[in-house]
Design a protein around this ligand. Structure first.
Ligand SMILES: [Fe+2]
Ligand SMILES: [Fe+2]
Length: 476
């Protein structure tokens, strides 16, 4: 099959021979990477998956059974907007760029590569999870997320190949060479080197880390570099399902936990094979704080440069703001100075990472209210919370300082003594891992999580979302 047939696209791939050749060389390497680092043990099975086939909001996806290596990873840009202008920064109102402006080449490449690197990284982090899925519905969700992250990699590699010449091709190869968690060739951002080895972490990842992706993609969808804006806008369409997986996954765990608590009020949820609320809280603390790091430093000259040069805007820049220059304005940040926290004002452009982080936190809080409603409705007095943004940070001005979840500055000794109360301990991880036994019977679900309210694409929960190929699957 010709590449133009095997890659659904709306970028007229067939007409650009050079690009086509570059992608034809990259495709077998991508597939080799997928087979080596994609979901382990399920490559022969037929999964009921959604595939993007156009950008038509009414019917952009097609659902059918697919073996993952045969998934059709496509390249889609949303339609070009006639007369689109750069929406912010020093070059506001100039025509949006259809080619890479020479002076922005290095910065833009770095932005695209950083985004691109997260896509294969998450597939690598999640590659063992299929073996312990709590239901067929969840197994399918995992693989849906995985193949779409693969498509996001294609979307970014398309930009690298088309607009960055040899450098772009080299970067595209390097994206297949780095490995999540490998000390010699790690993925670029730390959260993408963390282990995601059980399903509570998977749901936290899709809730918190994919949501960082949502905000990064949204900021890039404002970009003056038009092909990047159009590619990331379409990626957001798929991303919303990933977030849904995380939000509802944790909600379903909470639902099951409160059911167990009510069933036998004398017993802890753990004694009944569930995940108790304080354990869920620890996972939230870990993934929320780790994902906050992904926004970068609170005060950042890189962020100022991205904004000034029109490459990366604020969240919903054109809709939410009237002044798109962001000059002569300031932003207040809490800075640790010695043993104190002092408020300092910084130029707004230098605070762009923090502004995006604010949007992210507000979005997370919306979900948190829904989770707490599940607990409250069950008549249980307990509230899940997000730690303060200063808690457990490895990047930015709070790194190398120690804070309680309430945001109180403490000594390193106190942190060491108390961190086990706030973050997962080896014993907690061991316990959660011990619950992870696969449940692949149609309509059945593991004990620690409630079934979803609905199935996928109008199908019921007990639909056969995965058809196992005998030889490949030792679990059924
Ligand atoms: Fe993605
Ligand atoms: Fe995602």
């Amino acid at each position: 099959m010709a590449l133009t047939d095997s890659i659904p696209n709306n970028v007229d791939l067939g007409s650009d021979k050079k690009l086509l050749r570059a992608l034809e060389k990259w495709q077998p390497n991508f597939l080799a990477w997928w087979k080596e680092m994609g979901p382990e043990s399920f490559q022969e099975d037929e999964i009921y998956l959604r595939t993007a086939v156009s950008v038509d909001p009414q019917g952009w996806a097609h659902y059918d059974y697919v073996r993952m290596p045969e998934y059709r990873w496509g390249i889609f840009l949303v339609p070009q907007e006639e007369g689109r202008k750069v929406g912010f920064g020093d070059m506001e109102n100039e025509s949006a760029w259809q080619e890479v402006p020479g002076e922005l080449r290095g910065v833009l490449r770095r932005l695209i590569v950083t985004q691109a690197d997260t896509e294969p990284a998450s597939v690598e982090q999640q590659r063992q999870l299929g073996k312990t899925a709590p239901s067929l519905y969840d197994l399918r969700s995992l693989f849906q997320v995985n193949v779409e992250e693969g498509r996001h990699l294609w979307a970014m590699v398309h930009l690298l190949h088309k607009y960055f010449g040899k450098d772009g091709r080299d970067e595209a190869e390097a994206l297949l060479e780095r490995r999540s968690g490998d000390p010699d060739k790690p993925r670029l951002l730390n959260t993408f080197n963390e282990k995601t080895e059980e399903w509570l972490s998977f749901f936290c990842f899709t809730m918190f880390t994919d949501r960082d992706g949502k905000f990064q993609l949204a900021a890039l969808s404002e970009s003056g570099f038009d092909p990047l804006a159009r590619a990331t806008k379409f990626m957001l369409t798929e991303e919303s399902y990933h977030l849904f997986t995380g939000e509802t996954g944790i909600e379903r765990i909470i639902q099951r936990t409160v059911e167990l608590m009510k069933k036998d009020p004398n017993e802890d949820a753990r004694d009944q094979g569930g995940i108790d609320l304080p354990t869920i809280q620890k996972w939230i603390n870990f993934w929320f704080s780790s994902s906050l790091d992904l926004f970068g430093s609170e005060v950042s000259s890189n962020a100022a440069e991205y904004f000034a040069s029109g490459l990366k805007g604020r969240y919903r820049e054109r809709e939410k703001y009237t002044d798109h220059k962001a000059l002569d304005q300031y932003y207040e940040i809490e800075m640790p100075v010695g043993t104190q926290i002092v408020k300092k004002t910084v130029p707004l452009r230098n605070a762009m990472n923090e502004i995006l982080r604010d949007e992210y936190i507000a979005d997370c809080e919306r979900v948190l209210r829904r989770w707490n409603y599940v607990i409250q409705k069950a008549g249980i007095r307990y509230q899940l919370r997000f730690p303060d943004r200063k808690f457990n940070r490895k990047v930015g001005i709070y790194a190398n300082h120690w804070f309680t979840p309430e945001g109180q500055l403490i000594s390193q000794e106190e942190w060491q003594a108390r961190q086990g109360d706030w973050l997962p301990t080896p014993a907690d991880r061991e316990y959660v891992r011990s619950l992870m036994v696969p449940c692949y019977e149609r309509g059945k679900i593991a004990n620690w999580i409630a079934p979803p309210r609905q199935g996928v694409n109008g199908k019921p929960f007990d639909w056969e979302y995965v058809r196992f190929h005998r030889k490949s699957t030792v679990f059924v």
